[in-house]
Design a protein around this ligand. Structure first.
Ligand SMILES: *Cc1c(COP(=O)(O)O)cnc(C)c1O
Length: 306
């Protein structure tokens, strides 16, 4: 477990410099057979609870809030949201108050994620699933001038700017493909922005049939069309966002055993599965060098009942 104080100091100076991030080389027959190499950028190692990419996505929102002399960050998420956990933690580090608008009625027992968020000082407000859909009305109802609102999942331009810093943690130029899980598309847009023209950027969507995604990423990168070097794959959602199958859980267990690589059920488990499947289907030309972004999310695994 990383020392809290250590993270605190680094965050104060520059939250984009974390020492424990490393790149893990994956050795497997299914890669060797197709002459494809795979490295994993372990952003999950930044912190055991606060997951990888959310740190990056939050950084510039927090900075902007401070510049505008806001006292509080308010944002949205579900009971197992990585974004809620990360926001609560990051705000405490940055001496900001935090408010979480949580989807659904208040349960009798709080999820581990919400207990963690409360422990970090986050004020939780529960909103019915119907009301939750109308974010503008929720924001209106609070009427707090010194609150700074951040979109669900950190979606938006400051999130893209932060995510663009991810690739600086590795020698990114040597890869032909950069592959990451996709929720809102913010991280993917950041990777697109910071990668090279000749690199392919591939997103594996965790949502079922989210056809708005391409549009969302286009808006974030400010293009009329998604560049041809960017592909979003929609075939590995395993039933939809937050849904898991026994096949996926078994696969994740095997990956931990064989590669000492823990994955999360919502995003990175599906992404690693997709990579293996695509390699076996010869999606990647021989000689391809793949970099998978392990975007964290391990805290959400405790939502799975043993
Ligand atoms: C939030 C999250 C993502 C998705 O990031 P977006 O920028 O919303 O696409 C991917 N992986 C993990 C682990 C996450 O927590």
């Amino acid at each position: 477990m990383q020392n809290r104080h250590q993270i605190f100091l680094q965050h104060k100076n520059d939250s984009l410099t974390f020492p424990p991030v490393n790149t893990q080389h994956i050795q497997a027959d299914w890669l060797a057979q197709h002459n494809v190499s795979l490295d994993v950028l372990r952003l999950d190692k930044i912190h055991p609870v606060v997951s990888g990419n959310k740190w990056f996505k939050l950084k510039y929102y927090l900075q902007d809030a401070k510049e505008h002399r806001k006292t509080t960050i308010a944002t949205f998420g579900g009971a197992w949201s990585n974004h809620i956990a990360a926001t609560a933690f990051a705000c405490r580090e940055a001496d900001l108050k935090s408010v979480g608008i949580i989807r659904g009625e208040k349960p009798q027992w709080l999820s581990a994620t919400l207990q963690f968020a409360e422990g970090e000082g986050m004020e939780l407000h529960f909103v019915s699933r119907t009301d939750y859909r109308n974010k503008a009305a929720i924001i209106d109802s609070f009427k707090q001038p010194d609150w700074y609102w951040v979109n669900e999942g950190g979606y938006g331009m400051f999130g893209v700017k932060g995510a663009a810093g991810i690739l600086s943690f590795t020698d990114a130029a040597k890869y032909t493909h950069i592959i990451a899980a996709v929720g809102t598309g913010t991280m993917l847009a950041g990777l697109l922005r910071s990668s090279k023209e000749e690199q392919q950027v591939i997103g594996i969507s965790s949502l079922k049939g989210n056809t708005a995604l391409e549009q969302q990423v286009m808006q974030l990168v400010g293009e009329d069309a998604l560049p041809s070097r960017c592909t979003i794959v929609h075939d590995y959602h395993f039933g939809g966002y937050g849904k898991v199958t026994k096949e996926l859980i078994d696969f994740m267990d095997t990956v931990v055993k064989e590669h000492a690589l823990p994955l999360d059920i919502v995003y990175t488990g599906k992404t690693f599965f997709a990579i293996k499947d695509l390699v076996q289907k010869e999606y990647f030309a021989p000689g391809s060098k793949l970099l998978m972004i392990h975007s964290g999310g391990l805290q959400g695994n405790s939502s799975v009942k043993p």
